[in-house]
Write a protein of this length. Structure first.
Length: 357
């Protein structure tokens, strides 16, 4: 081998290394992430809050491309395919069980990791093979907290469940019934409704006629508020219970009379004075002129979990080993498989304020 050929070969290798290094550096400097969120129609409140939290906390090396799923699985799949094929994203954030469930097999096939939220059923992620992580509460985690409060503190022996007819509602229904009956109570009636239901009176009258001393309500923000409002108009005496959807300060500020006396669960975020949470609340209020919900905090936490990493693989590996991570939603811990968890606590509205029980 001549010296000139050797020199040419060395130069070629160096150029190749430089080219690859530049390519990797460019990719690291601009990680493309798609966010498929419900930004319109039913369910837009958590979607908009998530978007706001993401935009407020987005690192400089992350490009976020938002798509509106309209909380519709078919629309969500179309958006995901567009993000992968046209925008060349390497990771996607999804919201809502139905949308996420529809996207998962396609994401697995295309090897696009998912970060999911507002997914209340743990079963949704069973077939992901470690390709997806859920950062949210589940019916299995949350409903037993309210079931225990109902049976032990509120002394409710007979309960009714009014729930949305989907994966989310069914998971909460089943978890509440199992836990409540384990505490010695009895679920005496269960009524479901569809997303386009506007008249909840028949459901409430059935719950009342069943002799229920407490009614556990599961749905989206608008639905839960409507059911609680109508129950009070009907002067139903049963104690009204729900989940942390109703803990949002934005909802509470304009519905004080409706929510008074309602029992629910809440993340620590709404009571936290930890530096990370306090700073986020202040910055969010300054930009959007309203107090943030926990959905916005989750959106911000997603961005913090990505910050400082140079590749999608680094991000996913770091999530796998999370232990008491100081998130906006307080301490976050990964189960090492598919879940990012945070604590929930029982609470109620008293004199317009959320009070821990």
């Amino acid at each position: 081998m001549t010296k000139s050929f050797t020199s040419i070969l060395v130069c070629a290798v160096i150029l190749t290394i430089v080219f690859l290094s530049k390519t990797e550096a460019q990719e690291a400097a601009n990680l493309k992430v798609g966010a498929i969120l419900p930004l319109s129609a039913m369910g837009s409140f958590p979607g908009i809050e998530l978007k706001n939290g993401i935009e407020l906390c987005k690192p400089k090396n992350i490009t976020i491309i938002f798509e509106d799923s309209q909380a519709n699985p078919t629309t969500g799949v179309t958006a995901f395919n567009k993000l992968v094929n046209a925008d060349d994203i390497k990771l996607a954030i999804t919201a809502f069980s139905g949308v996420t469930k529809a996207i998962i097999p396609i994401a697995n096939n295309r090897k696009i990791p998912l970060l999911t939220t507002v997914v209340s059923s743990s079963n949704v992620l069973k077939e992901t093979g470690g390709n997806a992580w859920r950062y949210f509460s589940s019916g299995e985690q949350e409903a037993p907290i309210m079931a225990k409060l109902a049976a032990e503190k509120l002394r409710i022996s007979k309960a009714s469940i009014i729930y949305s007819e989907n994966d989310y509602g069914i998971s909460y229904r089943d978890a509440f019934q199992t836990a409540f009956e384990a505490h010695g109570g009895k679920v005496v009636s269960m009524q479901s409704y569809l997303n386009d239901t506007v008249d909840f009176v028949p459901l409430l009258l059935k719950a009342k006629s069943s002799g229920a001393e407490g009614i556990y309500i599961v749905g989206l923000e608008e639905q839960e508020l409507q059911i609680v409002r109508k129950a009070k108009e009907l002067k139903i005496k049963a104690k009204l219970m729900s989940n942390w959807i109703l803990a949002s300060p934005t909802l509470a500020a304009s519905n004080e009379n409706i929510l008074e006396g309602v029992y629910l669960t809440t993340p620590r975020f709404y009571f936290s004075d930890r530096k990370e949470s306090a700073n986020f609340k202040s910055e969010y209020l300054q930009r959007y002129a309203v107090a943030p919900s926990a959905y916005a905090a989750i959106g911000c936490d997603f961005m913090h979990l990505m910050n400082g990493h140079q590749s999608i693989n680094e991000i996913m590996e770091s999530i796998k080993t999370l232990r008491n991570y100081p998130g906006i939603m307080e301490d976050l811990t990964s189960d090492g498989i598919s879940e990012i968890k945070f604590e929930l606590f029982p609470a109620s509205y008293l004199n317009g304020k959320l009070v821990l029980q």
